[in-house]
Design a protein around this ligand. Sequence first.
Ligand SMILES: *Cc1c(COP(=O)(O)O)cnc(C)c1O
Length: 382
Amino acid sequence: MTEQDWGSIYKELGARPVINAIGSVTLLGGSTPIPEVKEAMERADDAYIPLMELEEKAGEAIAKMANVPAAYVTSGAGSALTLATAAVMAGDDDEKIQMLPNTEGMKDEILIQRRHRYWYDRCLELAGAKLVDFGSDEGTTREDLEQAIGENTAAVHYVAMEQTPDPHELSLEETVEVANEHGLPVLVDAAGQIYPLENFGKYVRMGASFQCIAAKYLGASQSVGLALGSEDFMRKLSLQSFVGYEGRRIRGVGRPQKVDRQEIVGAVAAVRHWMTMNHEDRLAKAERMSRTVLTCLLGISGLDAAIMENVIGHQPFGVRLNVDPAVTGMTNDDVVTRLKEGDPPVWTRVKEGEDFIAIHMFGLRDGEEKVVGERIAALFDG
Ligand SMILES: *Cc1c(COP(=O)(O)O)cnc(C)c1O
């Protein structure tokens, strides 16, 4: 591909391709399938396959690699969350499965620490469940959870964010302990908890009934996700899915959340690659690219730039930027806007709740890190 071809498929439509310095975000397309995934997807083209069978076999392969009892490929981690809530409410009762999102006669409350309320918790409500907070903004105790459990409680949700440990949360260990005492399943959003490798499936091994993983972080299509869990839970989850809807003629809420057969085998290939690749190389490359960006920015007055390092998850290194408006006449938000206005647009962001621009390497092609560094530096010329 020549540089002139860059983004041409989008330009032909009159749409404007961008350089992605934000990282793996859904808004920009999530991820680019790695060659191993593309090859698997292509090999899936020449035959059809009953999806109930493919889901079962793909699930077995993924479960084995993740060292958990069972797995299921879903339409993103978001759908895994929705199907999991349907599974805890309707179980394997076909009448209830077909009633959702009407939850009459079902336990339909999902408990969540108030500190864990997050962007994706809407996915927990789509099948008809109601979110009930416990604890406060300041912190969560065991007693808070015990008091919140009632006769309509269907499950307890936990959001795993090991990149940013929260000393005031109720830990997963304690959440599982209390939930178990009350016979309740624990659901874990571990969408980005894929490194170190032992984190892949760890929450199920710690006693959660379910955890999800977003394949967008793994080099698969961003439209797939993984549900991991006990055999019984994965069976119930599968009954809610679009495959169950068509294969069993039982109309569950998961019908609009389709996955292609190509994507299912692609997800298997992505997990296989992730579990066997050389992660030292992955970390070294991200660090090298980050240093290239940083080198372009050293010595610019009013611009504070530093390497970010957090090897947990999928974005190990990056560059953190802070501009001094008094010196540069620009705010961080101005920098983000001006980079977007350039040609080609470079997308960066100040993440909600943060006060710096974070540059990530995940979405950059080889060599684009230099373009990003130079484009930022050019904003401060003269
Ligand atoms: C990305 C993400 C999701 C949603 O995953 P999709 O695969 O995009 O549906 C859910 N939870 C967390 C923590 C995520 O980072």
